[in-house]
Design a binder for this molecule. Structure first.
Ligand code: AMP
Length: 177
């Protein structure tokens, strides 16, 4: 994937000041998802990163992580697992509460979603403080997969979200702000 193509995607991400609370510069990826060229570049770049790595499951974080996560799973021939807000998943779950860039939140995953032997990519649209992704990582790790990769379409480098993960965990983004 060429760097210029990812720069094109970055250029169509809309910045919304003071959303959802004052002081946050919200990176709105819907403007990249609705652009057919940008959407195709994102999809191909995600597949390029993870092809030939034996990925068996992609875990997508509600709700924006479902978009890239489902595409990645389908194109890799892997399964898709949703990580959801409390009360949405119908069967037995495990859950974790965590701090975000703004406020706190809780996420849940089905207890039987991941099994030993799985090679997992956890995907979300954006890595900010890393709080959401670290909670997701803890949940997935508690189900003992063989390997966990962490991936977001983009990151906010000034928040240094990558630093919260253990050093041996591969954290990737397609581009950063
Ligand atoms: P964090 O837990 O701080 O890494 O926040 C990541 C989650 O919150 C992701 O699901 C993002 O969609 C959302 N998020 C946090 N900050 C922003 C931001 N500045 N722009 C867009 N989405 C954000």
């Amino acid at each position: 994937m060429k760097k210029e193509q990812l720069e094109k995607v970055k250029s169509v991400v809309r910045n919304v000041p003071d959303f959802p609370v004052k002081g946050v510069q919200f990176k709105d990826l819907t403007t990249a998802f609705k652009d057919p060229e940008a959407f195709a570049i994102i999809s191909d770049a995600l597949v390029d990163l993870f092809k030939d790595r034996g990925v068996t499951k992609v875990v997508g974080i509600e709700a924006r992580g479902f978009i890239g996560g489902a595409i990645l799973a389908s194109r890799l021939g892997a399964g898709f697992v949703p990580l959801r807000k409390p009360g949405k998943l119908p069967a037995e779950v495990i859950q974790k509460t965590y701090a975000k860039e703004y406020g706190t939140d809780t996420i849940e995953i089905h207890r039987d979603a991941i099994v030993p032997g799985d090679i997992v990519v956890i995907h979300d649209d954006l890595l900010a403080t890393g709080g959401t992704m670290m909670a997701a990582y803890d949940l997935v790790r508690s189900m003992n997969p063989d390997k966990i990769y962490i991936n977001c379409i983009c990151g906010l480098s000034f928040l240094n979200g990558r630093s919260v993960f253990p050093k041996d965990v591969e954290v990737s983004t397609l581009f950063d702000f």
